[in-house]
Design a protein. Structure first.
Length: 418
């Protein structure tokens, strides 16, 4: 590297850091950064799209639960609060993040189990419709479940192969729809590129063909505003450990449009979805409301941590969270242009902030080893096969300074490899 190049890089670094500091100083959501627990040894956490950071109050929230709700109230807490918790918490998520009226969202199970339940229910809705739509680049769980459901039911999967950067487009969906399509199942935000699908337009296209529309919201819930009711979405599933910060293994949520409740029948008929839970009768009669999506005893303890994050999002508003998310990813792309593009790093996400979610992905053949070095140095992005690093920028817990510092650290780790 020449002296001129060294001076240029130093100037670029200083300019980026000054810009980040100015953005932090004027950030209307900056005060929320202190709500999250410290992580000693971590200098930049860029993986909030995979596992959100815990809030400072989580230890006391868990301790109070063990001391009071469970420890003192014991089994009485089921009648006092826990029986209603899956529906009450679902309503909160629906109101704060999904644009869903009460009675249509429930918290239960894992993402995988809920996708299975809703996909099977949608496929059984009309026996004349024996096909469903999925994209080849969808998250492995979605694809694996689709293949399993197809094998169980004899249904045919119509695969979409979208552009890897821009994701599924309306035309891609229209091209595979027919009178045989039962349900279209897609991710709102692509887990690799961050591409944001046009939910209202794709949902409308599915409905025009007479199909149901199901969305995976795992990478959009809590960071991208949506209007499930207004846009006519039929079914949706999302996790709570990413932008909702529920912690590892926290339960998922499912949305079922009110007009389909009591019409679609989910396949795992546990006692919690029975019309009368304590009747213990000889026959299964499903509940007529959103509780019909439950199966076994809800994971109450695992529902605790996310409640504080829902409070924060409600205070900040999902619209303001989205504005900062776009500004963070714009800044990351600017930093990429200045310090990573010259090193041969590829941008694997769209530059259009309105067409991406809360993360961007960059690619280089050395990124697997680079990620290992970054983790050892307290810089935490994540690696995605074959050669991508995702920069997941959770708006309420990530600063602009942290974002720039993370990108510069990627540059330094890559340059150190020669």
């Amino acid at each position: 590297m020449t002296d001129h190049e060294t001076r240029h890089d130093t100037t670029a670094d200083a300019s980026l850091r000054e810009l980040a500091a100015a953005l932090d100083a004027s950030d209307p959501l900056g005060a929320h950064l202190d709500a999250f627990a410290d992580a000693p040894g971590v200098h930049a956490y860029l993986d909030g799209n995979s596992l959100g950071r815990p809030l400072r109050d989580v230890p006391e929230r868990l301790a109070a639960f063990a001391r009071e709700d469970w420890g003192t109230r014991l089994i009485r807490s089921w009648d006092e609060q826990w029986m209603a918790l899956p529906m009450a918490l679902g309503d909160r998520i629906g109101a704060i993040a999904l644009g869903a009226a009460p009675g249509q969202t429930v918290v239960a199970d894992s993402t995988s189990v809920l996708i299975y339940k809703l996909l099977r229910a949608a496929l059984a809705h009309d026996p004349a419709r024996t096909e469903f739509v999925m994209e080849t680049g969808n998250f492995p769980t979605d694809r694996f479940l689709a293949e399993g459901v197809a094998a169980e039911t004899g249904a045919t999967i119509r695969w979409i192969e979208p552009d890897p950067v821009h994701g599924v487009q309306v035309a891609d969906v229209v091209a595979v729809l027919s009178e045989r399509t039962a349900v279209v199942s897609l991710s709102h935000v692509d887990y690799r590129s961050g591409a944001l699908a046009d939910m209202p337009a794709i949902t409308a296209a599915a409905h025009e063909a007479g199909a149901l529309m199901m969305w995976d919201l795992c990478h959009s819930a809590g960071v991208v505003p949506m209007q499930l009711d207004e846009w006519g979405v039929d079914l949706a599933v999302g996790c709570t450990y990413k932008y909702l910060n529920g912690g590892p293994g926290s339960p998922a949520f499912a949305y079922l449009r009110r007009s389909l409740q009591g019409v679609l029948q989910q396949p795992i008929q546990g006692w919690w979805s029975a019309a009368d839970i304590f009747a213990m009768g000889p026959e299964y009669v499903p509940a007529a409301d959103i509780r019909q999506l439950l199966s076994g005893t809800p994971p109450v303890t695992s529902m605790l941590a996310m409640q504080g994050m829902l409070d924060l999002i409600e205070q900040a508003t999902i619209g303001a969270v989205r504005e900062k998310s776009q500004a963070l990813t714009d800044l990351a792309i600017r930093a990429y242009d200045e310090v990573l593009a010259p090193l041969g790093v590829r941008l694997l996400s769209t530059r259009d902030a309105a067409a991406r979610g809360g993360h961007i992905t960059i690619g280089h053949p050395d990124f697997r080893a680079v990620t290992q070095r970054l983790w050892a140095d307290g810089i935490i992005p994540d690696f995605r096969f074959p050669d991508g690093i995702r920069l997941g920028l959770s708006p309420l817990s990530t600063s602009y300074t942290e974002t720039v510092g993370g990108v510069l650290a990627v540059r330094d780790a890559l340059a150190a490899r020669g």
